[in-house]
Design a protein around this ligand. Structure first.
Ligand code: NAP
Ligand code: MG
Length: 501
């Protein structure tokens, strides 16, 4: 693992990483007011790869002022058709830079290169093009009024959908570029302006995107990017009284802080938070699909995925073959640096995250769960942890309850056909983000999907993600939905106008 001679970094990536990374405010790259920097590391080698500016409250204020000014400037006069063209062009520009962007994403986040390619081309640019399509379809209604009311006689009432205003977007490190695009695409389609705060651990692709945006023809100040720490830049953005909406993706713990911070000016808040998602497998399920499906559900992005299917419930009749199959797959992953084309399982994001995951693994062992594979760190450089599976799980164990955000699967069996009882087990969590049901029986499939308390349930698949499919959490997994038409709504407000003749 420590042998990294076969890891080739392109000259373009080296040059970009070595350049001076500043804040994008009002269309210009500017230094942070403090002059402080944040080091950025490759989680696959632990090497420092870049440093970026550490934005603080003053920088956030400058960025919010620029976004406020841009909201009513040239941007507000651009016809929706042209707004759509700008988003489509940005998607084209991202496609042109795909190899470099994917390489930077791997170096910053650790994900395997093939996944970085797929996520940017398959999700990122598709999302931009999808929301570009919505820009021209934002429209109000004409409202027939009630007789005998104040507005009667000869009158017309109509509604207009207006941009909500200045959006503060705060995103995590697990899919950095996709989350940046997921916030920017609907916001810009709606005509909002944005201050984006990337995760301190993974700011590189957002900064690269900033330069593409700067050259794209999108007016200055429409998108501002302030890299920095959550406690400073993120906190200042979420408290700022000139921000109209915060779009947050991250932990439930920080999500609650965002809500508290919104009280100052009652800004709107949408939250995409954590998950502890159930995968429910019935005895008639097709094991050739279940085994790779459940393995991917849990171990995709090394389990650093809010939709990860980390709680596996399998009928007792097929529990042993299902778990044996997932174990075999877990042991077959090739762990290593994301730029090594032979590897398909990367590192965790940081030493802190690795320690956190290892302490959960230890707690599983201490609480009496049976470790059937993994449970160990790998190599002496890079934050690698083997895919890990526990059986003999009880619902009250820490590993069964808390979001680990690492490659740890908790497998349990059930031995009855009472769907309500199975759902009760599956729903025994404070989260409600996603889930999956695996069976050939359409009645069982749909009934179970109805009973799972989550924003999204897939049948014979886990985590069906598409720009058009609404996504978001129930319970402590969040507020609101992203993706699809519903994902556009939080960026719009309605104005009713009545004309009395
Ligand atoms: P996090 O610690 O909550 O951080 C998310 C973002 O919030 C980062 O940019 C962070 O800044 C910032 N932040 C931290 N403290 C803040 C504060 N007091 N005020 C404002 N912003 C603050 O989450 P994470 O560790 O990066 O990501 C993992 C979590 O995200 C998991 O719980 C996961 O489930 C969740 N997630 C959810 C979804 C979803 O769509 N539901 C998707 C992906 C991840 P820093 O730069 O300092 O970190
Ligand atoms: Mg964090």
């Amino acid at each position: 693992m420590a042998n990294l001679e076969h890891i080739k970094i392109s000259e373009e990536a080296k040059n970009f990483l070595a350049s001076n990374h500043q804040l994008l405010i009002d269309g210009e790259w500017v230094s942070s007011t403090s002059g402080e920097k944040i080091p950025v590391f490759d989680p696959g080698t632990e090497a420092k790869i870049a440093e970026v500016d550490s934005g603080n409250e003053d920088d956030i204020s400058l960025a919010v002022s620029a976004a406020r000014k841009a909201l009513t400037g040239e941007w507000s006069k651009i016809p929706s058709h042209d707004r759509a063209q700008l988003l489509n062009k940005l998607a084209d520009d991202i496609d042109t830079c795909l190899p470099l962007l994917a390489e930077l994403e791997v170096l910053d986040n650790g994900m395997p290169l093939a996944l970085a390619h797929y996520s940017i081309a398959g999700h990122g640019t598709t999302l931009l093009r999808y929301y570009a399509g919505w820009a021209t379809k934002i429209q109000g209604d004409t409202i027939p009024v009630s007789p005998g009311g104040v507005v009667n006689g000869e009158s017309i009432t109509y509604t207009r959908r207006e941009p909500i205003g200045v959006v503060g977007a705060i995103i995590p490190w697990n899919s950095p570029l996709i989350f940046a695009i997921l916030k920017l695409a609907p916001a810009l389609a709606a005509g909002c302006t944005v201050v984006l705060k990337p995760a301190e651990l993974t700011p590189m692709t957002a900064l690269f995107l900033g330069e593409l945006i700067r050259k794209s023809g999108i007016p200055k100040g429409v998108v501002n990017i302030v890299t920095g720490y959550g406690e400073t830049a993120g906190n200042a953005l979420s408290h700022h009284n000139s921000v109209d909406k915060i779009a947050f993706t991250g932990s439930t713990e920080v999500g609650k802080k965002i809500v508290a911070a919104s009280v100052g000016n009652l800004k709107r808040v949408t939250l995409e938070l954590g998950g502890k998602n159930p995968v429910v497998v019935f005895p008639d399920a097709d094991l050739d699909k279940v085994i790779p499906g459940a393995a991917r559900a849990c171990f995709f992005l090394q389990g650093q995925n809010c939709m990860a299917g980390t709680r596996l419930f399998v009928h007792k009749d097929i529990f042993d073959p299902v778990v044996a199959g997932i174990k075999e797959m877990a042991e077959s992953f090739k762990i290593g640096h994301g730029l090594d084309p032979e590897k398909d399982f990367g590192p965790l994001i940081s030493d802190t995250q690795r320690k956190r995951v290892m302490s959960y693994i230890q707690s599983g062992i201490d609480e009496g769960a049976e470790l059937i594979t993994g449970g160990e760190m790998v190599g002496d450089k890079g934050f690698f942890v083997k895919p890990t599976i526990f059986t003999q799980i009880h619902g009250d164990m820490k590993i069964a309850k808390e979001e680990i955000f690492g490659p740890v699967l908790c497998a349990q069996s059930f031995d009855n056909n009472d769907l309500e009882a199975i759902a009760q087990q599956a729903n025994d969590t404070s989260y409600g983000l996603s889930g999956s049901v695996w069976t050939q029986n359409i009645s069982v499939a749909h009934k179970m999907a109805m009973l799972i308390n989550a924003g999204q349930v897939s049948i014979n698949w886990h985590a069906a993600v598409d720009p058009a499919i609404p996504f978001g959490g129930n319970k402590q997994s969040g507020w609101g939905r992203e993706f699809g038409k519903e994902g556009l709504e939080p960026y719009l407000k309605t104005k009713a106008t009545s004309v009395i003749f």
